[in-house]
Design a protein around this ligand. Structure first.
Ligand SMILES: Cc1cc2nc3c(=O)[nH]c(=O)nc-3n(C[C@H](O)[C@H](O)[C@H](O)COP(=O)(O)OP(=O)(O)OC[C@H]3O[C@@H](n4cnc5c(N)ncnc54)[C@H](O)[C@@H]3O)c2cc1C
Ligand SMILES: Cc1cc2nc3c(=O)[nH]c(=O)nc-3n(C[C@H](O)[C@H](O)[C@H](O)COP(=O)(O)O)c2cc1C
Length: 783
């Protein structure tokens, strides 16, 4: 077998090594345009888990690599004169040059032919090769040549960065967030060998411009960075090596294989340097390729296996890198944060590290985070313990005069079983049991302001006395039997009205007994949905009146809070989104115009609703469609409602049009809550695939939301909050006297369960590299 590898970076060399190990007779050549030790960059970084992988696949190179590495366990965050250190991270760094020399040496030992100073410009010279590996890096010529086939997308990010080095020793992965007269600069720095550290400097384009970095040469740039970070460098110089300022390109390709050619490493996909995974991804690509070549009967089958086997992992890493880079791009959002909360945000930015996980590794740090959170609550006038604070989820919150016992919320969820809009015994049990289950706040399902405002025939309403009485019964039960507060969500279905019950076909039009529907514009939801009538001013007045009347009924029922539903493509949302609003009058066109009617309704309700009770608005912070609402619009929408008196923005997304492409995942809507909260400076509630109390605490402690709503988890677990309280030892959680023996038992058992969990986690923790380094110094056994 003949294999040609274009590019002698980590991907190309490691692929050569592993392929040759499996096929000692294969003719494998690596073509590299540079000279043997002609390499750019300073250090590379690997996690413990990545090194475990290297150990498994090629012990000799692994041993040599680990002999050369610098190890560290801590991450240090420097921000506004403070430093927070968090242990238990298990990373190591190595010089990129040494890594490549080790891999070259190992490849030679195995009989790989290494052809340096050989630039390849056409793959046709390898016409007789069985496999051509395209490992030619981030600017891959071959990916570009076949871009129509690979369907590569290059997303050039806004921040500008440069790699440099220094002799400054470091004992932790170090982030420095530095305020300057021009704006914020960030340094990501780590040691990779004795007396050498990598320094990546990053800033936003406006700061870059103000700092007049444009056009400076490497030396001048290094001098400017040394001025900014001089206090930390302690006289150590900054070193350069092709240290140009550039924008990071996030590369994704739809296909990685063309005939017998395969993309590997940066050529195929990149991951932002803030999660330190470029070299790791490149080498793990090589592992998967070599394994596939070992197992599959033909090269074509192997390449298919490689792509199938690797894509999910690469995309997961890229997603984590994306989330992380976005955090760095928007660091100014958090600049006013308490430094410990800021540091917690840095640690948890890409979702891999959580509140519970940090509690295990760095309990003192988390204790400080909890304390800062409790102090902020105390500063708002709530009498909480700041010496032994409860976890953020169990901190109270006040909105106007409504005080919530904790920050867990039952999200609004239609039950589709009302009779002519009247809530039934099912609703009483449903809301009642969730209130008893300990959540601080319960939302009603979208309750419709008129018969024709309903989504389905099973939706609840609040336009009649009978409905009012039924709701009052529920509210009274909640108040009499729990500590929960209850918020009425009022809405109008708009063009999504007259549709079937969820289990008969969500959003599908009713076949019979429907009713006339209205919307901002006459555009049906599905092509075969009922055509809505565009609202005229008289219809708008009638709807506004219906909202006000329902709000007044809500007050008579005793609801603690009121939410106006302006999300999910229903009537008011249909005014806000440009995808559903094509009006040419003063209610269409600009965002200000599109917001006019929803704000009018809100203001009328606010006037009718008691001043001491809070109001929220639910918005779709993105339509998940090109040309629709995006996060920046959501900030403007939130600001407009805040000006009109909203106390909380309930940040949801989508459901505006049927063909949207949401990007689902754990906590997938939380970034929008984060953006709205920290740019518009309003209190937010986030929601969406949040399933654990650990996630709730992570979101709250990082300042990404003020309340956390859970929908589906509450459908199957009314006592979600009570159980979480047992886990976190929040004794004060409400429990009705009838259930106290159950509470006592779960609190008792939780202490033991938590101990078992911690022991298990500690046992499962991989060997540290310090231990491995000791092993590596032993004589090498035959491999
Ligand atoms: C300038 C620079 C500095 C970096 N510094 C660091 C750092 O300090 N730390 C870190 O963790 N990561 C660093 N990175 C990123 C990291 O190196 C990559 O994620 C990782 O190297 C990817 O490995 P790769 O083998 O896919 O690509 P690369 O390492 O880029 O290797 C590709 C190789 O292909 C060769 N090549 C390209 N075209 C041809 C051709 N037509 N013919 C022959 N050879 C060709 C190139 O010379 C190069 O050696 C740096 C990247 C760059 C571009
Ligand atoms: C059965 C069901 C009914 C829902 N009904 C409503 C509703 O009436 N009003 C509303 O704003 N959102 C409604 N939603 C959306 C939820 O409030 C929540 O935003 C969504 O389920 C995402 O959260 P989760 O991942 O915790 O379930 C509903 C969701 C479900 C699953």
């Amino acid at each position: 077998m003949k294999i040609a590898i274009i590019g002698g970076g980590p991907a190309g060399l490691y692929a050569a090594i592993l392929l040759r190990k499996h096929r000692p007779l294969a003719e494998i050549a690596v073509y590299e345009r540079n000279r043997t030790d002609d390499t750019f960059g300073f250090g590379v970084v690997f996690s413990d888990a990545t090194l475990d992988n290297f150990e498994k696949y090629d012990p000799p190179s692994y041993r040599r690599i680990t002999q050369e590495f610098a190890y560290w366990d801590d991450i240090a965050v420097h921000f506004r004169g403070t430093v927070h250190r968090v242990g238990g991270n298990g990373f190591c760094g190595c010089s990129r040059r040494k890594l490549l020399l080790i891999l070259q040496e190992r490849a030679r030992e195995l009989g790989v032919s290494l052809r340096f100073e050989t630039e390849i410009d056409d793959e046709s010279r390898f016409a007789d090769a069985d496999l051509i590996v395209l490992a030619d890096g981030i600017n891959s010529r071959f990916r570009e040549k076949h871009i129509a086939h690979f369907e590569t997308e290059v997303d050039v990010r806004s921040n500008i960065f440069a790699w440099m080095g220094s002799t400054r020793p470091l004992d932790a992965f170090t982030f420095i967030f530095q305020e300057t007269e021009w704006g914020p600069f960030i340094a990501h720095a780590y040691q990779y060998e004795a007396g050498r550290s990598t320094w990546i400097f990053e800033t936003d384009p406006a700061t870059f411009k103000r700092a007049e970095l444009e056009g400076l040469n490497e030396k001048q740039s290094a001098d400017r960075m040394a001025e900014i970070f001089g206090w930390f460098l302690e006289g150590h110089p900054l070193l350069t090596n092709r240290s140009m300022w550039r924008n990071f390109p996030m590369i994704r390709s739809k296909r990685w294989v063309k005939d017998n050619m395969v993309l590997l490493g940066d050529a195929k996909a990149t991951a932002h340097f803030s999660i330190g995974s470029g070299t790791k991804l490149a080498m793990e690509d090589a592992i998967t390729l070599a394994e596939a070549m070992e197992r599959a009967p033909t090269v074509a089958a192997a390449l298919e296996q490689y792509e199938q086997g690797r894509r999910e992992e690469v995309e997961k890493t890229q997603h984590a890198a994306d989330v992380s880079l976005v955090w760095f791009e928007h660091v100014d959002r958090f600049w006013e944060f308490d430094p410990v909360q800021f540091a917690f945000g840095v640690m948890t930015r890409s979702k891999a590290i959580t509140y519970d996980n940090l509690t295990l590794r760095a309990p003192d740090f988390v204790a400080e985070v909890d304390k800062a959170f409790a102090k902020a609550v105390r500063a708002k006038g709530l009498n909480v313990d700041i010496e032994k604070p409860l976890a953020p989820m169990f901190q109270p919150m006040r909105l106007r005069e409504m005080e919530l016992a904790n920050r867990a919320v039952v999200s609004p969820m239609c039950m589709y079983c009302a009779k002519e809009g009247v809530p039934t015994d099912f609703h009483l049990v449903h809301y009642g049991s969730r209130a008893i289950g300990g959540a601080g706040l319960i939302f009603t399902e979208m309750t419709c302001v008129g018969r024709d405002a309903r989504i389905t025939p099973g939706c609840t309403g609040l336009w009649s006395d009978e409905q009012e009485a039924a709701w009052r019964r529920i509210v009274d039960f909640v108040h009499a039997n729990s500590a929960a507060k209850i918020c009425l969500q009022l809405g109008h279905a708009g063009r999504k009205g007259a549709t079937k019950l969820m289990w008969d076909g969500m959003d599908r039009p009713l076949e019979e007994a429907g009713w006339d529907i209205v919307s901002a514009s006459s555009i049906p939801y599905f092509p075969d949905s009922k055509m809505p009538r565009e609202m005229d001013r008289a219809a708008m007045d009638a709807v506004k009146g219906a909202f006000v009347q329902a709000a007044e009924r809500g007050e008579r029922c005793g609801f603690d809070m009121l939410e106006l539903h302006c999300a999910h493509g229903y009537l008011l949302a249909s005014f806000i989104s440009p995808l559903t609003n094509r009006r040419s009058d003063e209610y269409g066109g600009s965002l200000d115009n599109r917001l006019r009617f929803p704000l009018e309704v809100f203001e009328a309700m606010r006037a009718a609703w008691p001043a001491h009770k809070p109001m929220s608005v639910r918005i779709s912070a993105t339509d998940w469609v090109e040309g629709g609402i995006i996060g920046d619009d959501a900030v403007a929408i939130a600001r407009a409602f805040a000006k009109a008196g909203v106390d909380l923005v309930d940040v949801s997304t989508g459901q505006t049009v049927h063909d949207a492409q949401p990007v689902y995942g754990r906590m997938f809507q939380t970034p929008f809550s984060d953006q709205v909260r920290n740019e518009a400076r309003v209190a937010t509630m986030c929601v969406g695939n949040i399933t654990t109390s650990d996630q709730v605490n992570t979101i709250l402690a990082a300042g990404r939301a003020d309340l956390v709503a859970l929908g589906r988890p509450h459908l199957v677990d009314p006592a979600f909050t009570l159980k979480a309280a047992a886990w976190y030892g929040a004794e004060g959680v409400f429990c009705p006297p009838q259930y106290l023996p159950g509470k006592e038992q779960i609190f008792r058992n939780s202490v033991r369960d938590r101990q078992d969990f911690e022991d298990l986690k500690i046992k499962a923790k991989p060997k540290t590299r310090a231990e491995l380094k000791a092993e590596a110094s032993k004589p090498l056994a035959a491999e």
